[in-house]
Design a protein around this ligand. Structure first.
Ligand code: GLA
Length: 380
């Protein structure tokens, strides 16, 4: 590996702070900051804009640690924004669908909001029928995070920190979570998570971006070709709570071991697809050992856009946008229709604390929670 010399340039243009990192290969990545919007309580939310030399541009706000947009080229160099979102802060404040946000403390469902830890029973906020979903009534997706522009592995980075107080939504312990976003010149969006607590608690955050590789608002995702490196998934009951077992994907519509169109079997008369109203399940990655591995690939044939998802996590919740119904009015007043985007939420399995055979989501004082997930974009 050659010597990589970084030049870090930090300057202010008007009210915009620009951080520019130049490598000796003449490639540069900039990160700038601008005002985004004001909450009803008067708090000013900032937007952070990453840009690289390969036509990738990513916007993030410190409300919900939300990824607002990801612009990447298609095979002909045409730029599209490939994630759903809104045009202003009000859209995100009212959003019921977790567009682009970090969800937590625990992503996905916890059965009846109940769990025990070290012999103590906890009751969490109930916000999804009789269950707890995505951190509760006011999860991390609705919080103001403290932003800091920094540098990570030679790249400009945005570190967003949220201190979740003891008892919030019923969870024990003061939990400190840092989510650091970076982009690279290989068109990667890199997300690093780091968490600590002062009392034993449970933590399982993820990013809830809705992807459509044709461009947001541009049709459904049924022709997207998906591959998931998982021999097993975790079947669910009618409340979408895992039954606790691992079931083989072989011979079922859950089999994405070889690349397959999402629409190919989504309307199959399969019991799991019926309860999920489509795909809304956790897949169990093969050979999980906590190191960064390629777990999922997604290809959209017309644009040629290809996305690879690398993660340190044991599973992924693949959700095919089954609750989108045209009522989310998104960017440029577009109504986001049924299955017009999909989520690939890398994390531990839903309801882990109530299933002792699932990898643990417990975090104790003195321990460090770490997750790394990369969404990498290219074309073919
Ligand atoms: C997750 C869940 C879905 C749904 C969406 C948000 O992916 O698994 O059931 O709640 O979030 O609408």
């Amino acid at each position: 590996m050659g010597l990589y010399m970084n030049k870090l340039i930090n300057f202010i243009v008007g009210s915009t702070l620009i951080l520019l990192i130049t490598g000796c290969d003449d490639k540069s990545i900039s990160l700038s900051e601008e005002d985004y919007g004001v909450l009803d309580n008067g708090i000013l939310i900032k937007q952070y804009i990453f840009e690289n030399d390969n036509q990738m541009k990513v916007k993030i706000i410190n409300y919900g640690a939300i990824v607002v947009s990801i612009e990447v080229p298609d095979k002909n160099g045409k730029i599209n924004d490939v994630v759903l979102g809104y045009d202003s802060i009000d859209g995100y404040v009212q959003d019921p669908s977790y567009f682009g946000a970090i969800v937590g403390r625990v992503g996905n469902r916890i059965s009846k909001g109940k769990f025990s830890l070290d012999g103590k029973d906890y009751a969490l906020a109930i916000n999804n029928n009789e269950n707890h979903l995505h951190g509760g009534i006011e999860g991390f997706n609705k919080k103001v995070w403290t932003p800091e522009i920094t540098e990570l592995n030679g790249l400009p980075a945005l570190k967003l920190t949220y201190l979740s107080p003891d008892g919030e939504e019923g969870y024990p312990g003061n939990l400190n979570l840092e989510v650091t976003y970076t982009i690279s010149n290989k068109n990667e969006l890199i997300i690093d998570y780091f968490g600590t607590t002062d009392k034993a608690t449970i933590l399982n955050p993820t990013n809830h971006s809705y992807f459509n590789l044709s461009g947001e608002g541009n049709g459904d995702i049924l022709d997207h070709v998906l591959k998931i490196n998982a021999d097993y998934f975790t079947p669910v009951d009618k409340g979408l709570i895992p039954l606790g077992n691992h079931e083989s994907v072989l011979g079922t519509p859950m089999d994405f071991l070889k690349p397959k169109k999402i629409g190919e079997r989504i309307n199959n008369d399969d019991n799991q697809l019926k309860v999920g109203l489509g795909y809304d399940h956790n897949w169990v990655f093969n050979n999980w050992d906590g190191t960064l591995k390629l777990g999922v690939t997604l290809f959209e044939p017309e644009s040629g856009r290809f996305m690879e998802v690398f993660t340190t996590e044991p599973g992924v919740q693949f959700y095919s946008g089954n609750f989108l119904d045209g009522t989310n009015i998104g960017k440029n007043q577009k109504a986001y229709q049924y299955r017009s985007a999909l989520c690939l939420e890398t994390d531990h399995f839903p309801d882990s604390q109530n299933n002792s055979n699932f990898p643990s989501v417990v975090l104790r004082p003195g321990e460090e929670y770490k997750q790394k997930t990369i969404y990498q974009f290219s074309t073919k």
